[in-house]
Design a protein around this ligand. Structure first.
Ligand code: NAX
Length: 331
């Protein structure tokens, strides 16, 4: 039998946490033969709710779940974890300045970085979900220097999956037959959802999405804004932000990272830029990646047209500004 993997979920008493922990305990994240021990962290005002989640996990009698740590102590939460899914953060409230929200998250991610640095298992893989996801991940990287930078990522897989979903709806094809969309840049409305390399499996072989959709105005306009604004549309409809889709995408992100992407398929992940595609090095930026042996690699050599270049640069600029704002909160 496999040794259990310890998975940390911060903000576990929140809405995404509530959708995510049962998925992890059922093997959706790490596979149906991989036992897990869940570490759940939240803050003292949510301690009672967190304990309720712990009780429900026990009540669900998940065969793969070998233990639950539910705590408000960041050291206890981080100790020995192999995977850390960072969902906890300070949300933007009406009337708050961007700088004030940033400053709260910078201080949260700085201190949780130190706890992971000192107490997580060697080679711990980190996925930041909480917004501003890319910049929180960057702060975490800065303050956990002994964690390899390749191990620190942020979630743009939800945006990626939203793009697959839009193409599938538009063409009336199975979403599992659509692949290789790309989310470039920030997990914000400046992101660039790119279909230039995306394909659909048809009885006559793989066809480019552009050839099948036959509507470049939509692909360069309405499609992009729908994906960029989907989070806001969910809030409008549900009066709550995306939770089940965010949790499911977080499982997809970790599963593909650990177990590998299928041959010929890439996914989008926010990773530390090495300057690929002339994206400034030193930002956490979403790229197309393939994964194998527990490591991601940026897909190289894709041709980039002029429209794409502009959109990729625009979202990089926003990330550089966020980075500067985050650093200004440190001093
Ligand atoms: P909730 O407000 O329901 O839950 C957040 C939880 O985090 C709360 O239980 C809160 O007590 C806890 N928390 C706050 N500070 C903490 C700290 N210092 N340590 C540990 N826990 C702490 O929000 P939810 O809807 O679950 O969303 C969580 C985060 O995901 C938000 O930042 C949200 O913006 C972000 N999202 C990111 C997405 C992505 O694709 N990257 C999509 C979904 C989501 O909007």
């Amino acid at each position: 039998a496999k040794e259990p993997v310890r998975v940390l979920v911060t903000g576990a008493a929140g809405q995404i946490g509530y959708a995510l922990v049962p998925m992890i305990a059922r093997g959706i994240m790490l596979g149906p033969d991989q036992p897990v021990i869940l570490h759940m962290l939240d803050i003292p005002p949510a301690a009672e709710a967190l304990n309720g989640v712990r009780m429900e996990l026990i009540d669900a009698a998940f065969p793969l779940l070998k233990g639950v740590v539910a705590t408000t102590d960041v050291v206890e939460a981080c100790t020995g974890v192999n995977i850390a899914v960072m969902v906890g953060g300070f949300p933007r409230k009406e009337g708050m300045e961007r700088k004030d929200v940033m400053s709260k998250n910078v201080s949260i991610y700085k201190s949780q970085a130190s706890a992971l640095e000192n107490y997580a298992a060697a080679n711990c893989k980190v996925l930041v979900v909480a917004n501003p996801a890319n910049t929180n991940a960057l702060i975490l990287k800065e303050f956990a220097p002994s964690i390899p930078e390749k191990n620190i990522t942020c979630l743009t897989r939800l945006d990626h999956n939203r793009a697959l979903g839009q193409i599938s709806e538009r063409l009336n094809v199975q979403v599992s037959d659509v692949k290789n969309v790309i989310i470039w840049g920030n997990h914000s409305s400046s992101q660039y959802p790119d279909v230039n390399h995306a394909t659909v499996k048809t009885p006559a072989g793989e066809k480019p999405v552009r050839e099948l959709v036959k509507d470049d105005a939509w692909l360069n306009g309405g499609f992009i804004t729908t994906v960029q604004q989907r989070g806001a549309a969910i809030i409008k409809a549900r009066k709550l932000s995306s939770a089940l889709s965010a949790a499911s995408s977080a499982c997809d992100h970790i599963r593909d990272w650990v177990l590998g992407t299928p041959e010929g398929t890439w996914v989008s992940m926010g990773v530390y830029s090495d300057g690929s595609y002339n994206v400034p090095a030193g930002l956490i930026y979403s790229f197309p990646v393939t994964c194998s042996g527990g490591e991601w690699k940026i897909v190289q050599g894709l041709p980039i047209d002029e429209l794409s270049r502009k959109k990729m640069d625009l979202t990089a600029e926003e990330l550089s500004e966020e980075k500067a704002l985050a650093y200004s909160c440190l001093s």
